[in-house]
Design a protein around this ligand. Sequence first.
Ligand code: NAD
Length: 273
Amino acid sequence: MMGRLNGKVAVVTGAASGIGAATARLFAAEGARVVLADLDVAAGERLSGELADALFCRTDVTQEADVAALVDYAVQSFGRLDCMVNNAGFIGAIGSVRETQLSHWRATMAVLLDGVFLGCKHAARAMVVSGGGTILNTASVAGLRGGFGAHAYTTAKHAVIGLTRSAASELAPLGIRVNAVAPGSVVTPLIESLTGVDSDTLGKLAEQASPLGRAMYAEDIAGAFAYLASDTAAHVTGQVITVDAGVTMAPVVADFHQAEAAFLGPTSLLAQF
Ligand SMILES: NC(=O)c1ccc[n+]([C@@H]2O[C@H](COP(=O)([O-])OP(=O)(O)OC[C@H]3O[C@@H](n4cnc5c(N)ncnc54)[C@H](O)[C@@H]3O)[C@@H](O)[C@H]2O)c1
């Protein structure tokens, strides 16, 4: 069966869990050969063993030597690199900006920003050799505005979007597309560990918070990555696709309707005309 990613070679970081694991699964199902990268060797090897044409490479995305070796491993194993998904992440430093420790701030940036930068750098190096490719970065709705996450996380995700646009503008003439996906709250181990709430309860809460009435799961984000990695998105670069079940749209709409109701009472704005 022809998959959307048939013949392509992809690397996915943070592939042992959550969004990265779902992306590796979907890419493999769509015909890609995938190198899964993560710090978690046991879970990463377990998943790569389940997939056809998949390998695991233990990688710390904060270490340039690791990321360089990961890209080289993909090229040596599968002959080329078509798609790099820079997805590894964690919540990092939490708490008030008045109390955040510099060491925690830097450790957060090391994973969420340096990791993406290193992935872009070394993927582009390999993609230039084979004439092009696609780099995909996991941002967040916390990269679009304040108030969706901790300070360091929010800052790093804004920077991931900046790097996506900046790298896209340089690499476009080389046939390399660079895009980001900005997920809203996705029910994954990352959110479970942050909140201490089980996935069923998180799913119900997310349904209530979503204008679409839908909770989001890792597979929903993987679908956006598969689109961006495919030739269907051949004309898409420097973009951020927000996949949030309508959450970033909702407060604006809700505020508008609340303000409208408060100002006009039961009369709608349209009734004035
Ligand atoms: N879950 C959400 O609601 C949500 C929302 C928006 C964005 N995101 C982003 O999605 C990405 C994946 O998150 P998730 O929810 O799937 O989390 P997750 O915890 O399920 O998976 C993250 C994976 O990254 C790996 N990782 C962490 N640090 C690493 C490092 N230094 N080197 C290599 N691997 C490392 C972990 O071992 C883990 O397997 C992150 O960038 C996160 O910020 C998540």
